[in-house]
Write a protein that binds this ligand. Structure first.
Ligand SMILES: NC(=O)c1ccc[n+]([C@@H]2O[C@H](COP(=O)([O-])OP(=O)(O)OC[C@H]3O[C@@H](n4cnc5c(N)ncnc54)[C@H](OP(=O)(O)O)[C@@H]3O)[C@@H](O)[C@H]2O)c1
Length: 281
């Protein structure tokens, strides 16, 4: 068998962020790129905020098919592109860029990353959705849940950021409610769907809120994917809450990005297995 080697015509993909060395995107995408025999390679590139403009200029000059964007560039990148699709325009955040004929177009595949796993639990939409957190992940969750017909309630540590999220969506014609964290027990117990969009629980055994407020039959999505499962997912599942680990969001957002770049639906199981293998070290 002739081994694949990159050449000058190989298509290049990146994930950019700062930090970015922990990213599971390169192994997930490269696994599928190789198994489908595509002439492409996906690399992690640390890009600091002051380098973002230079990075965008460089990708325009080179054989770059696209890139993923992670913390802290999801909002800043949206302002440097030629076009935004609906998901990026409505959230004001970009996690995926496609470069075609020199045109850079931004997408937010985190929205699908929230929507798909929820649908796979049988959740049909409607009811009350509570989002804890008000950053980029929360914006993606809000758009997904609004488009599924939910009443969306956001609770965040800093009320200012929650209000900024509410105002952003109001500007797009959507209603998002903001409540104080003191009201968390009431809203968590009344929710049909709960999303953790904070990093609490990442690489620790903390939970963003006590699972005593959750009830059997509710649906929970924890965006945090390491450890797998998180304390929140473990305790909620034990209570009979339909719990979706962050790994599912990770895999579905990656699959959507892959399809945007290559026009092919990737094998989800291969992506999931590769991510799991890395998570289990
Ligand atoms: N599974 C996936 O595919 C996926 C996709 C996207 C994001 N994520 C994960 O989701 C998490 C949030 O990402 P993001 O991009 O939305 O981050 P972000 O923009 O930095 O927002 C973080 C949010 O969490 C809140 N927060 C941070 N530390 C907290 C603490 N100790 N206690 C309470 N609230 C806290 C912040 O509140 P303040 O406003 O008060 O600072 C903010 O609202 C991260 O862990 C990220 O890795 C996962």
């Amino acid at each position: 068998m002739v081994e694949w080697l990159p050449s000058s015509s190989t298509k290049i993909l990146f994930v950019i962020g700062d930090p970015v060395s922990h990213s599971l995107s390169p192994p997930m995408h490269n696994k599928v790129i190789r198994s489908l025999g595509l002439d492409a390679v996906y690399l992690a590139l640390r890009v600091t905020s002051d380098m973002l403009n230079s990075f965008i200029s460089l990708v325009r000059l080179n054989n770059v098919l696209g890139f993923n964007v992670t913390i802290p560039h999801k909002v800043a990148v949206a302002n440097l592109l030629d076009k935004l699709d609906k998901s990026a325009e409505l959230t004001g955040c970009v996690n995926t860029v496609r470069i075609r004929n020199g045109v850079l177009e931004g997408f937010n595949t985190d929205v699908k990353g929230v929507e798909e796993p929820l649908k796979q639990t049988g959740f049909q939409g409607g009811g009350i959705a509570v989002i804890i957190g008000a950053g980029g992940g929360a914006r993606a969750a809000a758009l997904a849940l609004l488009s599924m017909g939910c009443r969306v309630v956001v609770l965040n540590r800093s009320i200012e950021r929650a209000i900024s999220l509410r105002n952003h969506f109001a500007g797009k014609g959507f209603t998002v409610e903001v409540k104080s964290l003191d009201e968390a027990p009431e809203f968590l117990s009344r929710a049909d769907v709960v999303v953790n969009a904070t990093p609490v629980g990442m690489n620790s055994w903390e939970a963003p809120f006590p699972t005593k407020f959750l009830k059997r039959g509710q649906v929970l999505l924890d965006m945090v994917y390491t450890p797998h499962p998180t304390r929140l997912v473990k305790e909620a599942s034990e209570k009979g809450v339909i719990s979706i680990p962050g790994l599912e969001m990770l895999v579905h957002q990656a699959a959507e990005s892959f399809e945007i770049w290559f026009g092919i639906k990737p094998p989800l199981d291969e992506m999931r297995n590769e991510a799991l293998r890395r998570l289990r070290g």
